[in-house]
Design a protein around this ligand. Structure first.
Ligand SMILES: [Zn+2]
Length: 222
């Protein structure tokens, strides 16, 4: 059964219900456990995490039996527990507390899950690739394209805001924007701008317009 379409909240509820030992700190006090922040991954990896949880909870169940049968048991809960579940460098990253002496079995399971995530889109779970950039993300082609477009829009918007700032402070500093009697600079025509400013703005404007056109074109096609 796939869990990809569940909301993060519902998926967390399911995990806590089905894997009561290893998720016992989920949504706990954020000052005591990183699990207080909840799952820090997107839906595409929910199934990987679920499968890993099945195996780890089984190990934790065995630990419960050992504790119960240990005459020296002092009441401390030494069973494995998730300490943090997040995305790092484009892959699932899982931290565990209360490692048993023999770590290998758990390490292998965790490593396998992390490797699986590095070729699976974090958004939708389809086959993906780890894309480099400011943030490394593992995405399918469709979500990579969407992400690139979003970044281009953000950069264009940032450049545009910078340009507006420049216009106000460098080229139009003589205008008092607070006063009622200013020349309404936003009604200025392109030809009114100094050539120096036109040169600065033209490529930026082109980038903004292109980004907007691509965006509306994609929306129309849907
Ligand atoms: Zn995807």
């Amino acid at each position: 059964m796939s869990h990809i379409n569940l909301s993060k909240e519902d998926f967390e509820k399911l995990l806590v219900k089905q894997f009561q030992i290893i998720y016992r700190d989920l949504n706990g006090d954020p000052r005591k456990t990183c699990m207080g922040r909840g799952l820090e991954i997107n839906n595409g990896w929910f199934n990987i995490l679920y499968d890993l949880s099945v195996k780890l909870e089984a190990i934790a169940d065995e630990q419960s039996l050992h504790l119960k049968n240990n005459p020296e048991y002092d009441g401390a809960d030494t069973r494995i527990v998730f300490a943090q579940i997040k995305e790092k460098f484009g892959a699932l990253r899982v931290y565990i507390n209360n490692w048993p002496e023999d770590r290998k079995q758990i390490e292998d399971l965790v490593r396998m899950a992390e490797q699986q995530s590095s070729i699976m889109c974090e958004i939708c779970g389809e086959p993906g690739k780890t894309r480099s950039g400011v943030w490394m993300l593992t995405l399918c082609d469709k979500h990579h394209e969407e992400n690139q477009r979003r970044i281009a829009m953000e950069q264009a918007r940032y450049a545009w805001n910078y340009d507006l700032f420049t216009i106000r402070h460098k080229f139009l500093s003589r205008v008092d924007f607070e006063s009622d009697h200013v020349e309404p600079w936003d009604q200025m025509k392109w030809e009114d701008l100094p050539v120096e400013l036109q040169d600065l703005l033209a490529p930026r404007l082109k980038a903004v317009i292109n980004a907007l056109l691509i965006d509306s074109f994609k929306k129309e096609r849907k």
